[in-house]
Design a protein around this ligand. Structure first.
Ligand SMILES: C[S@@+](CC[C@H](N)C(=O)[O-])C[C@H]1O[C@@H](n2cnc3c(N)ncnc32)[C@H](O)[C@@H]1O
Length: 271
C-alpha cells in the first residue's frame, strides 16, 4: 500500500470532527492496516509477547530471506532467540542499552550474539538486510528506522510509548517528528495536535474497547506512524502497517493491546 497525504488529511479531519462516530473512524483505520500474518497454530497459545514475537518473525519471513539481522532494544533476547531458532543460517545480533538484561540474554541464549550498546551511538560493522524492534519506546523506533535507511535494510518495528516522543527541546532524543518532507508544511499541526494528543491520551484511555476516546487515540497514533511511513517511502521503501497479533489471543491473560501494529519497510534496492 502507499501512504498518501490525502489519507493522512482525511484521518485527521475525521478524528478531529466531533460529529463522526467511533465506528466510522475505526472502519477507516482498519482499511489502512493489514491483517495479522498467518502463524502456525502452535505459536499463538503462549503469552501475548510470544504471539507478538511469532508475528514479527512471520512478517520478516514475508519480506524474503535475510542473512544479517540486527535487533534493537532486545531486552532479555526472546525475539532474537526465536528468530535464531527458526533461521539457524542467519547471523543475528541483538543490542540493548541495559547491561543487566544483556547479561541475562547471553546466559539464557548462548547461540545469539548480544551486545550492550546504545542505539543512538551504534553503527553496525556489517551489511544488514533486516532490522527488527519490538516495542522500541518513543523515538527509539525512529532511530531504528534511521539505521534501516542508512543501511538500506528492510525494517520491522512495533512502536510504543508515544508519550516519550520528543515534543520539547529539553527532551533527550536528537530526532524531532515529523521527519518526512511531505509533513513539513503541517509541522505545527503534527506537533500540537497529532503528537500531543497521541502522547496526552496515552494512559488515560481504556483501549480494550472501541469507545470514542480509544478509537481517537488509535487514530492519533496511526497519524504519528504516517510520518514514519512517509519518511520510509521518501527513502525508497514500500511500507505497510500490519497487526502482529489478533485482538484475541487464546491463553493470554490480556485480550487486547493497541500496541500490536508493526511498521514494515521493504527497501526497494534490497535483493
Ligand atoms: C519496552 S522495552 C521492549 C523490550 C523487548 N523488545 C520486548 O518487546 O519485550 C524497550 C527496550 O529498549 C531498550 N532501550 C531503550 N533505549 C535504548 C537505546 N538507546 N539503545 C538500545 N536499547 C534501548 C530498553 O533497555 C528496553 O529493554
Amino acid at each position: 500500500m502507499i501512504f498518501t497525504k490525502q489519507a493522512y488529511d482525511y484521518l485527521l479531519s475525521i478524528v478531529t470532527n466531533g460529529k463522526i462516530s467511533s465506528i466510522d473512524i475505526n472502519t477507516y483505520i482498519s482499511s489502512l492496516i493489514e491483517g495479522v500474518p498467518t502463524l502456525p497454530a502452535t505459536q499463538v497459545t503462549g503469552t501475548r509477547k510470544d504471539a507478538q514475537i511469532a508475528g514479527v518473525i512471520a512478517l520478516a519471513e514475508s519480506l524474503g530471506e535475510h542473512r544479517n539481522i540486527l535487533e534493537i532494544g532486545c531486552s532479555k533476547g526472546h525475539l532474537a532467540a526465536e528468530y535464531a531458532k527458526a533461521h539457524p543460517e542467519a547471523n543475528i545480533t541483538a543490542i540493548d542499552v541495559d547491561e543487566a538484561v544483556i547479561e541475562t540474554a547471553k546466559r539464557e541464549h548462548p547461540k545469539v550474539i548480544f551486545e550492550q550498546a546504545d542505539a543512538w551511538q551504534y553503527q553496525p560493522d556489517t551489511t544488514l538486510q533486516l532490522i527488527l524492534s519490538l516495542h522500541g519506546c518513543g523515538n527509539l523506533t525512529d532511530r531504528v528506522i534511521e539505521l534501516a535507511v542508512e543501511n538500506k535494510a528492510n525494517v520491522i518495528c512495533v512502536p510504543c510509548c508515544y508519550g516519550k516522543i520528543k515534543r520539547r527541546d529539553n527532551q533527550k532524543s536528537p530526532i524531532y517528528l515529523p521527519r518526512s518532507n511531505i509533513l513539513q508544511v503541517d509541522k505545527n499541526t503534527f506537533k500540537n495536535v497529532v503528537a500531543r494528543r497521541a502522547a496526552k491520551m496515552e494512559g488515560f484511555v481504556t483501549t480494550h474497547k472501541p469507545t470514542l476516546p480509544a478509537v481517537q487515540l488509535a487514530a492519533f497514533r496511526l497519524l504519528v506512524n504516517f510520518d514514519r511511513a512517509f519518511y520510509l517511502q521518501e527513502n525508497g521503501y514500500q511500507v505497510k502497517i500490519a497487526e502482529v497479533t489478533t485482538k484475541y489471543i487464546p491463553g493470554s491473560k490480556s485480550l487486547n493491546t493497541p500496541l500490536r501494529y508493526a511498521i514494515i519497510g521493504k527497501n526497494d534496492t534490497h535483493s
